[in-house]
Design a protein around this ligand. Structure first.
Ligand SMILES: *Cc1c(COP(=O)(O)O)cnc(C)c1O
Length: 582
């Protein structure tokens, strides 16, 4: 390890940084990490609209939050990703999902051009621009070119995807060298980033290091973070595709041979080689790390270390709520729960305070809704004191967005009882015909009933801004994944932090805490779960009209989950795992 002390001159308060490192009890961290030798975080998707990059979902949100938290804690981290020249938008026209793509330029978002990097694909040299944006202790480094296409364009085993993944891995690695950085650690946010670790292995093996030493070295410094449940669901590539896109970028014959040997019947799954190249492996919640079913090439079940995702509380919490937590000594200056947080929550969180803070949040939600229309193209304004339920996430099968609509009469009764609203904000995969159809049917049900029509609204083009506005401005959040299928989920974390009652199945990161910490949907069959969901919705309605119950439920929920949702907690756990005490 290179012993270069981190230079903290950019940070205003030096004691804070030392305290943070002391708190994670890893004095050798400053030896392992430096500005020139940063933690590198590789991701095919980044969701960071403030910096001009719009992603597709939770994977990109996690990447953005990880960098933000590292920046606040002054941890040297370089996030490497692709800058897609077009960003996706979605509208509904006469019930039909319409996708569009608008061009984005990196210059207008504060990125600057560094130089060009070259990769070899299909016997041709492809030039990409390396660009960067620097922050406090972190930076975003991207490669891009006009024909890069969009995020997740094409099928997952297609040539174009492979091209994008190779561009990120080999192109990104060259960009890293170009700005004078050597990675202290390579974190692979899912297997699409495998080629970054391969580029490193190739660099070591082709610059004099013994091949086996290079493998051991790369393995020890690479972390594979898994978000997928089953290996079988993953795409494969053929040997022919690798001949055209991958092998020509390798300098070391030994690495090429090593990689060729990993093919089975002429096909390869990136997860199987990622497992081979990364000795460190993590899953994104306790439950997920336990149930993710992966095997290495020898057929052994892969063990994943659980590091539950967290969120950047400063980004996602209403500023007044965050101030309240800090002033009440619930959170410390690192946005980490204090030792006495349970007690402080109990002492300071009154129903009066909750209602005051949620009224501020409702104003923000309404001002975001001024820029939007519902599925019928109408403007909506939510009354200041109305109870609002929301479901906000990708409109995909396993998340079951239709569950609350299983019995429209029942839903109507619940909403009528307190004149409540239900906001559904989602993004549909345009190729997912089944879900496109389900959404259409769901909206027809809504529109055919005069009450539901007034009280249930679908807001298209779900994005970060809407996610924020809903989590600060609604009252009850609904999360219904089929148990075992959600890796972690972070939407619900925004809701818990912003004092919404959470109604959820016991899945993903929610299952890090016992089921009585929130309004749990239980049941062995879907019918039982639906019945449980409706009774939880009634309970939530009652709670919002009863100060004692509201206070009781929200105190319990917040006390249980505050450590879980803290992005600082996540970063600490990664650092402790990556740089163990010697
Ligand atoms: C927080 C957030 C997500 C994460 O969604 P999950 O379903 O909880 O994983 C996805 N998209 C956007 C826009 C978000 O803000």
């Amino acid at each position: 390890m290179v012993d270069k002390s981190v230079n903290y001159h950019r940070l205003e308060n030096i004691e804070d940084v030392e305290e943070f490192y002391a708190a994670i009890d890893r004095s050798n961290l400053t030896k392992s990490l430096s500005d020139e030798r940063p933690y590198t975080y590789w991701t095919i998707e980044l969701y960071d609209q403030e910096n001009g990059i719009r992603g597709g979902g939770g994977l990109g949100i996690l990447a953005a939050d990880t960098r933000r938290v590292a920046d606040k804690m002054n941890v040297p981290l370089t996030l490497v990703t692709l800058f897609y020249p077009f960003e996706p938008h979605q509208t509904l026209e006469d019930g039909q999902v319409v996708d569009s793509h608008t061009p984005v330029s990196y210059e207008s978002h504060g990125f600057s051009f560094i130089d060009t990097v070259n990769i070899k694909c299909c016997d041709q040299l492809c030039s990409l621009e390396a660009i960067e944006k620097r922050f406090n202790s972190t930076r975003i480094l991207c490669v891009t070119e006009p024909n890069l296409g969009e995020l997740y364009s094409g099928e997952s085993g297609s040539d174009h995807r492979l091209y994008q993944e190779v561009a990120l891995g080999f192109g990104g690695y060259q960009a890293l060298k170009m700005v004078g950085l050597r990675p202290a650690i390579i974190q692979l946010n899912e297997v699409a980033t495998f080629f970054a670790a391969l580029a490193r292995l190739d660099e070591l093996a082709s610059s004099g290091m013994d091949f086996y030493e290079a493998v051991v070295y790369t393995r020890k410094h690479t972390l594979y973070t898994n978000h997928t449940l089953v290996q079988a669901a993953e795409a494969e590539f053929s040997y022919d595709q690798f001949e055209r896109y991958v092998f020509s970028n390798l300098k070391s014959k030994a690495v090429k041979k090593w990689l060729s040997d990993k093919f089975e019947n002429g096909r390869i799954k990136l997860s199987s080689v990622t497992i081979e190249i990364a000795e460190l492996r993590s899953g994104v919640s306790r439950l997920h790390a336990r149930v993710a079913n992966y095997q290495d090439i020898a057929g052994e079940k892969v063990k994943f270390k659980a590091v539950t995702n967290g969120i950047d509380l400063q980004k996602w919490l209403l500023p007044e709520i965050l101030n309240f937590y800090q002033n009440a000594d619930v959170l410390d200056k690192f946005y980490f729960p204090t030792d006495s947080s349970h007690h402080q929550i109990d002492q300071s969180l009154s129903s009066e305070k909750i209602r005051e803070l949620k009224t501020l949040g409702r104003k923000i939600l309404n001002s975001e809704l001024e820029n939007r229309t519902n599925h019928r193209g109408e403007k909506i304004l939510l009354p200041e004191n109305a109870l609002v339920f929301d479901f906000k996430r990708r409109f995909v099968d396993y998340k079951r967005p239709w569950l609350p609509f299983s019995n429209p009469t029942k839903l109507k009764q619940i909403l009528e009882k307190s004149d409540a609203y239900y906001i559904l904000a989602a993004r549909v995969h345009s190729g997912d015909n089944n879900m496109v159809e389900r959404l259409k049917q769901l909206l027809q049900t809504v529109d055919s009933d005069p009450f539901l029509r007034e009280h249930v609204h679908y807001i298209p083009d779900y994005d970060e801004k809407l996610a924020y506005a809903l989590s600060v401005g609604s009252n009850v959040a609904i999360n219904t994944p089929i148990v075992g299928l959600e890796a972690c989920g972070t939407s619900w974390m925004k809701d818990v932090g912003n004092l919404n009652l959470l109604i959820s199945t016991h899945d993903g990161g929610v299952a890090d805490c016992p089921p009585d910490s929130y309004l749990n949907i239980s049941g062995q069959t879907e019918e039982e779960e639906i019945a449980s969901l409706y009774s939880r919705m009634s309970e939530a309605t009652d709670a919002w009209s009863n100060d004692f119950d509201l206070e009781f439920l929200l105190k319990k929920q917040l006390s249980a989950y505050l450590p879980t949702i803290s992005g600082t907690r996540m970063l600490k756990e990664y650092l402790n795992y990556l740089f163990p005490k010697q």
